[in-house]
Design a protein around this ligand. Sequence first.
Ligand code: URA
Length: 252
Amino acid sequence: MFISKDRTAIIKQLKEYLCYLKDIGIKEIPCEARVRGQGSGGNSRTGVSPVNESGDIKPTLESVKEELGNCKRCKLYRTRTNIVFGTGNPNARLMFIGEGPGEEEDLQGEPFVGRAGQLLTRIIEAMGLKRDDVYICNVVKCRPPENRAPEPDEISACRPFLEKQIDAIKPKIIVALGNHAVHSLLNTVSGITKVRGQFSYYKNNIKLMPTYHPAYLLRNEGKKKEVWEDMKKVMAELGLEVPKKEEKGLYG
Ligand code: URA
């Protein structure tokens, strides 16, 4: 009863306000995001996505993927097999962001499924989580040829989509894997060795832990211990049980 009364009052006020805008000569109201049907976090009854703090319509992973489409915004589309959008829990509290897909990821269309990916999976499992509990994606969504580092124009072309993915998921913590993820997300040029292990903030509101990339760990076994120290900080922040005693070979 109250709800329908409120709704009628709101519609009446909205109508009056729109008539007022029309009277003063405003012909249309710009709206960046399309209001679309239910996605993760959307309202299935009204079909409206929730709004974020700035009053913009909060993207959903589906809406971001749809906007990305068959992307040709940078040169990487010419050599890719698949766009590697991202995978995992759309409501994840923890998000891992790498550099860009490698050969195996390009073929399968899924991030971190090659050797480095298998190591990342072991790290996630050592934290007491499953891949499906977290969200995993990359700074660039298409494989750079010969696994070269992504170039600045490629990173910039993909950046809005990465930002919208983060906005859709709103994780509590982001783990940035390696230099490219850290540089891109923190707008810094500091090397990973200098910044790893200390929480920073992505856009002043999401905690971000920089750590070594798993591909680097494959070449530098000795650094695995440092990554585990970083992950223990992440686990503590998420309220996950942190093992007291160091067990050798936690993620082999
Ligand atoms: N390296 C990355 O940065 N991302 C992947 O998806 C795989 C390897």
